[in-house]
Design a protein around this ligand. Sequence first.
Ligand SMILES: [Zn+2]
Length: 233
Amino acid sequence: MWWQSEAGRFGLGFTSRAAGNLAHHAGSGDAAAHRLQLESELGVRPRAFRYLNQVHSAQVADASAATGTVTADAWISPSGSEPLAILVADCLPVLFCGERVDGSQLSAAAHAGRSGLLSGVLEHTVAALRQHGASGITAWIGPGACADCYEVPQEMFDQLTAARPALASQTRWGTPGLNLRAEARSVLETSAVTVFEADGCTIEDPDLFSHRASSAGRGPEGRFAGLIWPLAP
Ligand SMILES: [Zn+2]
C-alpha cells in the first residue's frame, strides 16, 4: 500500500504500483489476480471490493443496491458494509467516512478528476452521505497529478478557472496549470467536511501509476486504487 490508515470502523488506503495494475480497461497484467491478492493482504473477502465503470461523471451509485457492472464515479455504502474501490492514475481518489447522530458510520469513495470536479462529483457524494443521515463527514484526498505538473492549454485554463478560482495554478515550467487538490479541498470545506490529505504526485512518484507519465513514455500504464472497507469486528 502507498498509504494506509484506519478511521472508526473502516480501513482506508491507496495502493501503490507494487499492488499491480487493478484496471481491466487500461494497462496490462492480470487485474483480477491483483484484486484478489489485495483483498487477501487486507483481510477482505475475495471479490468483495466493488469497482465502478468510471466515466468522469457526477453520478453516485448505492453499493447496497447495485448489481452487475455499474457506471458511475462515486460509491456510497449506507450501511458501511460494502468494501469500496475507486481507480485512478492522475485523477484524485477521495474517501469518505460519515457519522450519524446515533454513532453509526457509513462510507463513500469518489473519482474526482478535472471533469468530475467540474460536474460536481464531490458535492453529489457529500449530498448522498447527508441524505443517508450523515451529520459529520470526514474526507481523505489521495494522490493525483499535482499543481506543479498538471499542464493545460491556456484556453482551457481561462474557461475553467473563471468559475472555480481554486483550480488556477502555474506549472513548475511557467505554463497554465490546474490545482485539482486545492479545488477538491475548497469544495469539501465549503460543504463542512473535515479534510485530510495523503499528499503525493502521481506524475512524479514512481510508486504510483500516472496516465500522463505513461503517455509520455515514463512508466507503465495502469490504475491504482483508493479503498475504504469495514474492518473485521
Ligand atoms: Zn507533480
